[in-house]
Design a protein around this ligand. Sequence first.
Ligand code: BDP
Length: 727
Amino acid sequence: MMKHPFKLRSTYFLSFFVLLCSMSFAMSNGYELWLNYSKISDGAILTSYQNRLQSVLVEEGGQTMEAIKKELEMGLGGLLGTEVRFKSFQASENQLIVSKIGSLPKAFREEINVDNLSDEGYIIKHIEKSGKAYLIITGREDIGLLYGTFHFLRALKMHRPLNTLNVEESPKVDIRMLNHWDNLDRTVERGYSGFSIWNWQTLPDYIDQRYIDYARANASIGINGTALTNVNANALILTPQYLEKVKALADLFRPYGLKVYLTARFSAPMEIGGLETADPFDPQVIQWWKDKAAEIYKSIPDFGGFLVKANSEGQPGPQNYGRTHLDGAKVLADALAQYQGTVIWRAFVYSEHDADDRAKQAYSEFVPDDGKYPDNVLIQVKNGPIDFQPREPFHPMFGAMPNTPLMMEFQITKEYLGFATHLVYLPKLFEEVLQSDTYQKGEGSTVAKVVDGSLNTKKLTGMAGVSNIGTDANWTGHPFGQADWYGFGRLAWDPSMNSEAIADEWLRTTFSNNEDFINPVKKMMLKSREAVVDYMNPLGLHHIFDTGHHYGPGPWVGNLSRPEWNPVYYHKADQEGIGFDRTKTGSNALSQYAPELAEKFGNPETCPEEYLLWFHHLPWDYQLKNGRTLWDGLGIKYQQGVDQVKQMINTWENMEPYVDQYRHNQVSMLLGIQLKEAKWWRDACMLYFQTFSQMDFPKEMESPENTLEHYKSLKFPYAPGIRPQWD
Ligand code: BDP
């Protein structure tokens, strides 16, 4: 008997539909980040939310209120699987109300106190009236409501009960920004996730959906600023041709509270302004910056300001004219002041002409001018005194400039942490830095309190993260790289947050609420930071990466023109021992820390072992706390790092039931590379250091897989993220 043609067709369609659904599961490529709004699968929770959120009232307003509506439409619609009913106040329904405090129905206004809320802050409160339950998201300004909306959606994704949801939040830091090291040709310096997401060629006419999703993602974690261009700046970005494109982005980002900043090349008055000098004391130069500021603010009235890398690694700056960083910053600050713009001046400076320890140079340049910078200048300081290493002690400037606002600069992209290939949960590193005690005003003077301004009641505060975002389908290359972007945003909002809570949020919102998944994977993330320290730079070693691209080990490199670019400068291994003496007998970088710390770190017996070789040059047979020699200790640490990656692989293998196949497979393959590279680090470093120690490897360490000559011969001319001039 012949089948009914229609039946055939519908079966065909049905199986096609099933195929599509399973494909969309299998193809979950992570583009939606922590904002994927697929329907809540737990039936009881779903029903409770559906009952609580029968309709939604969103105050009428401008673009930000429209963005809130759209997000709720997408978020609630997706999570609850129902169409969102936007209505005016409903006394007869359980309702969600999103409204500024002044516009709330009076009965609710009286129950909510916004006195302690900043303009960006919000309150989420459960209120019951006449048998109906209302969930109120309120604040002083629209942007607070948007942040509150994202918090609320996060709570739903984390399956939080709504009738105990009681939140009051204001950001602790004013400027919470990403720094893109993106070039105008779309390459990204130290970027490992594809090309720049800014398509300068097609802007301003072509608006990529990514720009909007980028703004949403940032707003969802409270990021409110973005410097679009590389700190190794190209003056062209300040020309009308490019400013028109920048304006298009600024217009898109505005509803999401995201301000645009640009990097200002100090020599721009010459390169695009036709002047003969960029001397900050020259009246024409001063006028040029004023005119440029006026031009920018005319089309971008809320332009954030300039981010400047000057007199560092070949970038031009005021010192080219015998002026100081302070002189340079003042000219730009003056040009921006009337528009409430900010100058973010980087402290990442060191000079090949200065024979002093590189770790000391920024402090020496900036600290004497403490308190002299104009009010709209922030000094942006990297978390450690060298350069985004797997572990560094905190930068001593954080304890030494009580009268100058210091902005924290973290690196979210993993230049020295295995690129986008290694799973290393960075908020753990960020937290360690933020919780470090500077002792500036006695015990408890943490870096977090310096950065959020509370230690010295500073007016302007900020935190920047060098972005790990690119055109890769999932934005960050490694699926777990998203957690670093997420965690940076959360810590910029509140530097006292703990990284474990952040990992918990991110896992639940990105993958699953299943405890059998959350617990082991959270553990894996939290341990991953120590693992990379162990297999790359244990016991305080630093900057022993291969030249230029910083991919893989290169402790033997010693032929670069600038001494402080050579790994041998940092580990100082010789027949006697290893490590950089930064005590009084050496560079005395320790003198830049508070006396309590100088004393503790200055004595190898009291110095935490994780900083041992950062501050001390010690004999190979120096006895560690566990009774083993320094040499054995090194080998054991390298091995522990490798073993930790093996454990990560194990953990992840068991997670297959909880993760879509696509991302599970991605992470598995990447962990495989991570293991290979961890062994490479262990073997290359231990074989090289053995040429000095002349000692046998500790019994705990696996034998190297190759010879030192082999490791030394490896070359990577096309390693990603590198500028031609670093070759
Ligand atoms: C170093 C990077 C280099 C950056 C520099 C900076 O290797 O690409 O330009 O920092 O922060 O870590 O300016």
